[in-house]
Write a protein that binds this ligand. Structure first.
Ligand code: NIG
Ligand code: FE
Length: 408
């Protein structure tokens, strides 16, 4: 069905902006008193509401009341929201001064979430995940990447990925699953890191292919997880099997970003430890730099150098990293808004990082702007000026969210 939606005080289309590098607010296309024509879940036209109404008198009108600013739906290109249990204990230790790595060594950390997630059955996990997906959708996040990585054996990694698939069949949000079996060398695996990754390549990834559970593979490259030498053959082998690659890179120490670029990863995520040297490597690559302010806030660490990355010409996306350990809050807009004040990002750069640039990190070209032909994934904020949204640092939420043209 074809319909005209509006009127909106402003439509921010995010049209015509570069995929890479800095963007100024005066480059934003803003349509005042705007309307959108939607058909078959796609945007057919945007423009002045009254003009669209006059020139398309046959169209049904979906009226929007009050002041509203319309944006593309957000894309959260990095989450770990398929988990059971809590790590509140870790957080209380951390704010007393213990580090992430100290807590991991003393029985907390990722391995604790692995125990709690292994103990939940698939139905329980599906239920917990569905609630978190719905919360994100209500916040205007219409596409969500979700990683496994709290199973860390074939059975439990498959359980997680099957839970993600189950939710994707019932939720209106689009879910993009990623296999993160290389999150940590599991404590109960008898053998080296290389032997574990070979085991994943031989036993887990083929089943993921057969059941069509994920088309992306992630690895955590860090002193506490997998090193560069072990990671490269794993990533190359996964790529040869047809998986896209993404990397948890440079969170505490550098080397991950370099591996990501060398292996042709679609994205390198975290980058809190990256410097101008790493940023320069991104300049001529297709790898998206994904920064995760929620992890900086959760760990009390510095932000990734988003300004330096943009000025070096990177394609910068911002994601929530929502997970039970380092980033328990999961409020993507709040995190992006707060980081932008410290990192000095323009509103245009923040919205690009939450929409079409984040879509690029997931190799999705059909969303992230309100151009004609794009998915009608949209959200409207109750204000009359797009600048109000970051100004309120996440406390204004979208009052209306559309997925493929249908109101949630
Ligand atoms: O992206 N850094 C590694 N993995 C997650 C944290 C997972 C956890 O602490 O449970 C992250 O921050
Ligand atoms: Fe992560």
């Amino acid at each position: 069905m074809k319909k005209l939606i509006g009127p909106f005080s402003e439509i921010l289309t995010l049209s015509g902006l570069a995929l890479n590098g800095a963007i100024e607010d005066n480059q934003l296309q803003i349509i005042p008193n705007g309307g959108v024509i939607v058909e078959h879940g796609l945007i057919q036209a945007t423009g002045d509401f009254e003009t669209l109404r006059r020139t398309n008198p046959e169209l049904e009108i979906e009226e929007v009341k009050g002041e509203q600013v319309l944006l593309p739906g957000f894309v959260d290109c990095h989450t770990h929201i398929c988990f059971a249990g809590s790590r509140a204990k870790d957080y209380s230790l951390r704010i007393q001064g213990k580090t992430y790595l100290e807590i991991a060594k003393s029985g907390g950390g990722i391995w604790d979430s692995v125990q709690q997630t292994r103990a939940a059955d698939q139905a329980k996990l599906t239920d917990l995940l569905a609630q978190r997906v719905q919360r994100h959708l209500n916040d205007g996040i219409t596409t969500i990447e979700i990683k496994s990585g709290y199973g860390l054996d074939t059975e439990n990694e498959l359980k997680m990925l099957r839970a993600i698939k189950a939710v994707s069949l019932t939720s209106k949000a689009d879910l993009v699953p990623t296999c993160l079996a290389a999150h940590l060398l599991p404590k109960d695996f008898e053998g080296t890191a290389t032997a574990y990754l070979d085991h994943v390549l031989q036993n887990l990834l083929p089943v993921i292919k057969t059941e069509n559970l994920a088309s992306r593979v992630d690895i955590f490259i860090e002193e506490s997880a997998f090193d560069r030498a072990t990671s490269i053959p794993y990533l190359k082998a996964a790529k040869a099997m047809g998986f896209e690659i993404t990397v948890h890179a440079d969170q505490f120490t550098t080397s991950g970003l370099e591996v990501a670029i060398e292996t042709g990863a679609v994205s390198a995520d975290h980058l809190e430890a990256s410097t101008a040297r790493e940023a320069a490597l991104l300049k001529d690559s297709d790898t998206v730099a994904v920064v995760l302010p929620g992890a900086s806030l959760g760990l009390g660490m510095q932000y990734a150098p988003a300004r330096i990355l943009l000025d070096a010409g990177a394609c910068l996306a911002i994601a929530s990293d929502w997970n039970p350990g380092s980033a328990p809050m999961g409020d993507l807009l709040m995190q992006a808004a707060v980081m932008s004040a410290s990192e000095k990002l323009s509103t245009a750069e923040v919205f690009a990082a939450l929409t079409f640039r984040a879509a690029k990190a997931l190799s999705l070209e059909d969303r992230g702007t309100l151009d004609n032909g794009m998915l009608a994934d949209m959200q409207a904020y109750p204000c009359n000026d797009y600048r109000e949204i970051l100004y309120h640092q996440g406390k204004i939420k979208p009052g209306i969210v559309w997925k493929k043209g249908t109101r949630i």
